[in-house]
Design a protein around this ligand. Structure first.
Ligand code: CA
Length: 440
C-alpha cells in the first residue's frame, strides 16, 4: 500500500518546539518543505515547524542524517536554493527525510538533548526569515478541474448545457507562464491590455477593469518522465510530490477579448502567487478520500484515466478559504472578511488523472514543474472561488463589512487563501497563507 501511515502521523506525537503544539498550520505532523534565507545565510532548504523553521542544511552539516534521509537532505541542498533535486527523488528517500526530521523534532525523540543543544544553529524564528520560491519552476500548466467553476463560467457565457462537450472526458488545461510566479506574500500590479469597454466592439488599451483571483491548488511535480514516455495512471500519483495554494490572478476583461480561439494569454501571465511551503503528499496521507462518484449520466473516464486505487484514495479532503482585506477595512481596524469556503472534493479529476493526461501524448514533466488545479468553487455561492462567480460578472457586487462593495478587485485589496486538512483522530494541518495585494 503506497499510502501507509507511520509514526509521523501519530496524533500523540508532540514537538519540543513549543509553538508547534496546537499550531493551526505547522504542527509536527505536517513538516512542509521550503526555501528560506536568514540573516547572512543565503537561500537554503528548511522545514516549517510551529512558528519556526528547521534548517536542513545546518542539520546536514551537523551530521544528523544517515542513509536514505541523508541522500534526501543532500538533494535538498544541491539545488542552490531550490528543491528540484529533492523532488526528483523517489518517494522513499523523501519519506525517510520526513521520518528523520520528525524524530529530531519529537519531544520524546532519542536525540532530543543533542538537538536542543544545537537549537540556535538548527532552528530559526520564521518571522525573521524570508521565504522564497521552493523550486526553480521549469513549466507551469493550469488545469480546469473545478467543475463548479467551469459550469459557472459556462452559465455566464450563456452556454446550455454550461459545460463544453469535452469537459467530462478531457482534463482540460492550458500551458501558462512560469516566469511570473512569485511566493506569497506578493504584490500584483494591475495589468494593462486590450479590452472592450461598455457595448463597444472595438478594443481600447488600458488598465484592467475586472481584476480577479482564482482559488486553486498548486501541485508540485516529483520525478517526472522522459520525452515520449507517458506516465501510466497506475503510477501517476507517485509523480506528485506535494501541494500548495495558488492564486491564478486573472484579468477578466482582457481574457474575454483575447481568448477566442486559443485561450488565455496576457489575462493570466502577469502574475501568479503560490504559498511558499510544499505540503508533502506524505503529510496529507490521512486526508486522502475516494474520488467523489460522478453524477448519474456522466461518462466514465477513458481507460488511460482510470485506476481503481486512484479512485479509492486519489482525492483529498482539504478545506479552502478566501479572505479579503481592503484599505478601508484596514483603516477601520476590521479583520479580513471571508469571501468563500470551498473544498478540494469539488475537483472533477484527481491529481493522477492530470499527470496521466498531461503525459499521455509523450510530453515530459520535470521535477519542480507546477500544475494549477483550476479554480475550486463549491456548488453553493458561499463557496465560489473567484469574484466573477461571487459577483455574477459584476452584476451583483459583494457587500463587505466596511460598507463597501466589490464587483472585482480594487487597488489596495489583499486576497488571502488558507487551506486546512482535517479528519477525526488526526492532527489537522494547514498550508500557510497565500497572500497577495493588488497595487496600481
Ligand atoms: Ca485558473
Amino acid at each position: 500500500m503506497p499510502y501507509a501511515l507511520d509514526e509521523t502521523h501519530d496524533p500523540n506525537r508532540a514537538s519540543w518546539i513549543e509553538s508547534a503544539q496546537g499550531h493551526s498550520e505547522f504542527p509536527i505532523q505536517n513538516l512542509p518543505l521550503g526555501i528560506f534565507s536568514h540573516g547572512a545565510c543565503g537561500p537554503r532548504p528548511g522545514v516549517a515547524i510551529g512558528d519556526s523553521i528547521f534548517d536542513i542544511a545546518a542539520a546536514l552539516e551537523a551530521d544528523l542524517f544517515t542513509g536514505e534521509a541523508r541522500r534526501a537532505a543532500e538533494a535538498a541542498g544541491a539545488g542552490a536554493g531550490a528543491l528540484n533535486h529533492l523532488l526528483a527523488l523517489d518517494a522513499a528517500p523523501r519519506r525517510a527525510l520526513r521520518r528523520r526530521v520528525s524524530s529530531l523534532l519529537a519531544a520524546d525523540g532519542p536525540a532530543r538533548a543533542q538537538i536542543e543543544s544545537m537549537r540556535s544553529r538548527l532552528i530559526h524564528d520564521a518571522a525573521a526569515c524570508t521565504l522564497h520560491l521552493p523550486v526553480a519552476i521549469g513549466a507551469y500548466t493550469d488545469f480546469f478541474a473545478g467543475i463548479e467553476h467551469a459550469a459557472n463560467g459556462g452559465r455566464r457565457r450563456g452556454q446550455n448545457p454550461p459545460l463544453a462537450p469535452n469537459y467530462k472526458y478531457v482534463p482540460v488545461a492550458y500551458h501558462s507562464r512560469a516566469s511570473s510566479i512569485r511566493p506569497a506574500p506578493a504584490q500584483i500590479r494591475r495589468p494593462h491590455g486590450q479590452r472592450l469597454l461598455g457595448d463597444s466592439q472595438v478594443p481600447q488599451f488600458g488598465s484592467c477593469t475586472k481584476l480577479d483571483f482564482e482559488l486553486e491548488l498548486g501541485i508540485w511535480i516529483g520525478p517526472g518522465n522522459a520525452l515520449g514516455e507517458p506516465i501510466p495512471i497506475g503510477c501517476a500519483g507517485a509523480h506528485v510530490a506535494g501541494l500548495g495554494l495558488l492564486n491564478d490572478w486573472s484579468a477578466r476583461d482582457i481574457q474575454r477579448w483575447e481568448s477566442a480561439p486559443l485561450g488565455p494569454f496576457l489575462s493570466k501571465n502577469f502574475g501568479t502567487t503560490i504559498s511558499p511551503w510544499i505540503v508533502t503528499l506524505d503529510a496529507l496521507t490521512p486526508f486522502r478520500i475516494a474520488q467523489p462518484p460522478r453524477p448519474a449520466g456522466d461518462p466514465a473516464p477513458l481507460g488511460y484515466l482510470w485506476d481503481d486505487d486512484d479512485q479509492r484514495s486519489g482525492a483529498f479532503d482539504i478545506d479552502l478559504e478566501v479572505l479579503i482585506s481592503t484599505e478601508a477595512m484596514r483603516a477601520k481596524g476590521l479583520a479580513a472578511q471571508r469571501l468563500a469556503l470551498s473544498n478540494t472534493r469539488h475537483l472533477y479529476w484527481t491529481l493522477a488523472q492530470m499527470v496521466a493526461h498531461h503525459t499521455c501524448g509523450g510530453c515530459n514533466l520535470a521535477a519542480g514543474d507546477l500544475f494549477g488545479s483550476g479554480t475550486i468553487s463549491a456548488s453553493e455561492p458561499s463557496g465560489y472561488g473567484s469574484m466573477a462567480e461571487l459577483s455574477y460578472d459584476g452584476t451583483k457586487p459583494v457587500e463587505l463589512a466596511s460598507g463597501e462593495t466589490r464587483a472585482f478587485l480594487e487597488d489596495g485589496d489583499e486576497i488571502v487563501f488558507r487551506a486546512h486538512a482535517r479528519r477525526a483522530g488526526y492532527v489537522s494541518i494547514g498550508f500557510g497563507e497565500c497572500r497577495g495585494a493588488v497595487v496600481a
